[in-house]
Design a protein around this ligand. Structure first.
Ligand code: BGC
Length: 762
């Protein structure tokens, strides 16, 4: 390795350095405090009897010099680093290995929705772009999450990456939150199951996956400085439960800690989160890597359980390099702890299979056509039919004239912004740079080349299918007037690093839909949104299809759903509120302050970073539908909701209770076409505060007239209280009301469970 100036693709620099600037802005006394605050040395876990990977990692650690160990504990950010390695390519991260011991170099790429390539930092390097995480979660199909993860992992390996920054499982607490689209919805069971399956898929390629971001990185505004305040039991019963389920299901080699503070301490130096919850309570054997620009100290972070500093150029300094070595020399961090850090990384490298199946140094061919099928399947199974008055859908192939309006539906479908951005196989027909804001340095508003217009033309070859851009509602209405159907494609773009200013459709799209629906009674809206949006025009349109960000086969998937080649089967993975005020917070705390800073910068004035602020999660564990149930609020569309071109009936509920809870029932497709349904089991439980909880679900494909018996066995923690004093999980003996339904508000079959008392360690 030599040191030389590296060409800066550097587009992420501005945004990613916010944390650094914020730390500098602390008073010197405060900064010093943060550095030296004593925390208990995270005693290396007791040797894990019977864990061969642990013994193997330990044997390697014994052969490493201190410098080799330290070098494995901090990673480079290729777009910014001055350190040059011959085999480094632009991506999220690079940690040189130890060739003499065959310890692999860690080559990290973002991977939430595909192998990422933000702002095309690797020119011409495309990958398969899956639909958004919320689309995936709305499939309610862990198998599809597995296939998606396996696909991403295969492409990553072929592109010579071996550590994937995947597995985003933060619960979507707020409809306006910038990264909702990357995550897996608002419920711990659904998100945990889906993340677990996705991570297993990634790691089936003998490479590492993370799970991220531990914890409560629920908003983007002020993400480096905001302090997420939440009651311990509430956190265990919500976000942490999603992590816990996913980790148990998939054994991710690494956990990425978050940018924000949690109850006073930054997540990446949070002794409670990292040492107590993750490593002791959950006995997690892998390593904690920081988010990029999330490290604030050396000794404190090392003692609090952080094992590796990622993307070091984005922090104020290299904490886990010479500084850590000095801390060892001074006795502030024990040699045993350094060994523990390295051993944990190697444990993940070994258990993931990477150690024994090194990646090739040369890029391998990829079967993009086969992988596109996975993207299309997720879009088809995750899109949610919200409204279908008078069976307006599926569209008749006999239609003579179809007008498509808006959202660049002539060329493609929109995607979400940020580190998850994939440069998809067909390229980006529309790319719009941002004018300021926290995301501007590493994000462009990007469309995938998957044209709904072309796909609809192919589906209805005898119809006249035209496209108008929708900028002028009057012109759009005029074009729609004499058409058989008018389909408005509406978008709401969201991105990492920024929250949406509102959940209303931007740029006059509500007026556009009003105008079109006034001109044509067969108006259909296809929503390409990061999450829930408001629909003031809902009563005036005939049908609404929630297509999320549908990925690189979105155009084809939308056409097949509209024409009934595929029967819609997605179910909402997030509640859609009627008004912004129904949600626990109508807008992002800190949003106005951040907007003022952005405006000042746009005007050429100097403006410091946003100051730290607390966000108190008043809803606690009652995230999403649980909040609506508790507050007795009727949302626009509930969690779990979604229509089909057929109908499903439920019957013959049987509840087997006592020590555990097992619920079975019949599902029948009573309509005329085949379709898939996702019956859901909800239980109201909790001695602390009764709370509605999704306790089970299963997606079933049924032919017309077919009946299937579904049996759901309930994981007891889903019904339990987290008891901080004990500590652990408890279910009090008693009677618990339950129901099976089509969504969080549908009590199609009701029953009761008599449960005995139960408890378990954390
Ligand atoms: C994001 C992470 C991502 C990392 C590396 C951060 O800004 O929060 O999710 O993995 O960058 O690109």
């Amino acid at each position: 390795m030599t040191t030389a100036a590296q060409p800066l693709s550097a587009l992420r620099i501005l945004c990613r350095t916010t944390a650094a600037v914020a730390l500098l802005a602390l008073t010197p006394a405060a900064a010093t405090m943060a550095q030296v605050m004593p925390t208990q040395d995270s005693a290396p876990l007791a040797p894990r009897a019977g864990d061969p990977a642990w013994a193997r990692a330990d044997a390697l650690v014994r052969q490493m010099t201190l410098d080799e160990k330290i070098s494995y504990l901090h990673g480079l950010f290729p777009p910014m680093t001055k350190t040059v390695a011959a085999d480094m390519i632009p991506s999220a991260g690079y940690v040189p290995g130890v060739p003499r011991l065959k310890i692999p170099t860690l080559r990290q790429s973002d991977a939430s929705l595909g192998v990422a390539n933000q702002v095309e930092q690797r020119k011409g390097d495309v990958a398969t772009a899956l639909p958004s995480g919320l689309a995936l979660a709305s499939t309610f199909e862990p198998d599809l999450a597995y296939r998606g993860g396996a696909m991403i992992g295969a492409e990553a390996r072929a592109k010579t990456f071996n550590v994937l920054l995947a597995g985003g499982v933060n619960l979507t607490r707020d409809p306006w939150a910038g990264r909702n689209f990357e995550y897996l919805g608002e419920d711990p069971l659904l998100a945990g199951e889906m993340a677990g399956a996705q991570i297993r898929g990634v790691q089936s390629n003998n490479i590492v996956s993370t799970i991220k971001h531990l914890a409560l990185n629920a908003q983007e505004t002020g993400r480096h400085v905001m302090d997420a305040q939440i009651d311990e039991a509430d956190l265990r019963e919500s976000d942490l439960l999603a992590f816990q389920i996913a980790i148990e299901k998939s054994h991710p080699a690494s956990v990425m800690c978050a940018y924000n503070k949690v109850n006073g301490d930054w997540a990446c130096q949070n002794d409670h989160l990292l040492n107590r919850v993750l490593k002791r309570d959950w006995n997690y054997p892998g390593w904690v890597m920081s988010d990029w620009g999330a490290v604030h100290s050396t000794t404190k972070a090392a003692l609090a359980g952080l094992d590796q500093q990622s993307g070091q150029e984005l922090d104020t300094q290299i904490f886990f390099g010479d500084d850590l070595k000095a801390a060892v020399a001074k006795g502030e961090v024990s040699q045993a702890r350094v060994d523990d850090m390295v051993r944990r990384i190697l444990h993940g490298v070994i258990t993931s299979g990477l150690m024994d199946n090194p990646i090739s140094t040369i890029a391998q061919p990829i079967d993009y056509a086969a992988h596109a099928q996975v993207a299309q399947a997720v879009a088809e199974r995750g899109s949610v039919l919200l409204k279908n008055d008078g069976n307006l859908l599926p569209l008749a192939r006999t239609a003579r004239k179809i007008v498509l309006i808006g959202a660049h539906a002539d060329v493609g479908v929109i995607s979400g912004g940020g580190s998850s951005q994939v440069r998809s196989v067909g390229g980006a027909p529309v790319e719009i740079p941002l004018n300021g804001g926290e995301a501007a340095s590493f994000v462009r508003v990007t469309w995938h080349a998957s044209s709904p217009l072309e796909a609809i033309r192919a589906a209805a070859p005898n119809a006249q299918v035209i496209y108008v851009d929708g900028k002028d509602p009057v012109a759009a209405a005029a074009a729609a007037r004499d058409a058989d159907v008018a389909i408005v494609f509406a978008w709401h773009w969201q991105t990492e690093a920024q929250d949406a200013p509102s959940i209303a459709l931007p740029e006059n799209q509500d007026a556009l839909i009003e105008a079109v629906s006034a001109a044509n009674k067969n108006a259909i809206v296809v929503l390409e949104t990061g999450g829930p949006v408001l629909m003031p025009w809902l009563d005036r349109v005939g049908a609404v299809l929630q297509a999320w960000y549908p990925g690189q086969r979105g155009g084809q998937a939308i056409a097949r759903l509209l024409f009934g080649e595929v029967n819609p089967s997605g179910r909402l993975s997030m509640t859609f509120p009627k008004t912004a005020e129904q949600a626990p917070r109508a807008s992002a705390p800190g949003f106005a302050e951040q907007a003022a800073i952005d405006d000042a910068r746009r005007a050429g004035q100097k403006a410091g970073p946003i100051k730290g602020f607390p966000v108190t999660y008043v809803e606690g564990a009652a995230v999403g539908y649980r909040w609506y149930a508790q507050q007795k609020l009727q949302p626009l569309y509930p969690f779990g909701y979604g229509l089909s071109y057929t109908r499903f009936d439920y019957a013959n509920l049987k509840v087997e209770d006592g020590d555990g809870l097992k619920v079975s029932f019949d599902v029948t497709n009573t309509g005329k076409v085949a379709g898939a349904d996702t019956p859901q089991l909800y239980v109201t439980a909790g001695a602390r505060r009764p709370m509605l909880r999704l306790a089970g679900f299963q997606k079933v494909d049924l032919a017309p007239g077919e009946t299937r018996r579904v049996t759901l066995e309930v994981e007891p923690r889903l019904l339990a209280d987290y008891n901080v004093a004990k500590p652990g999980w408890t279910i009090a003996a008693g009677t618990y009301p339950l129901y099976v339904g089509r969504h969080a508000g549908d009590t199609a079959l009701t029953g009761k469970a008599q449960l005995r008392s139960w408890s378990r360690k954390p």
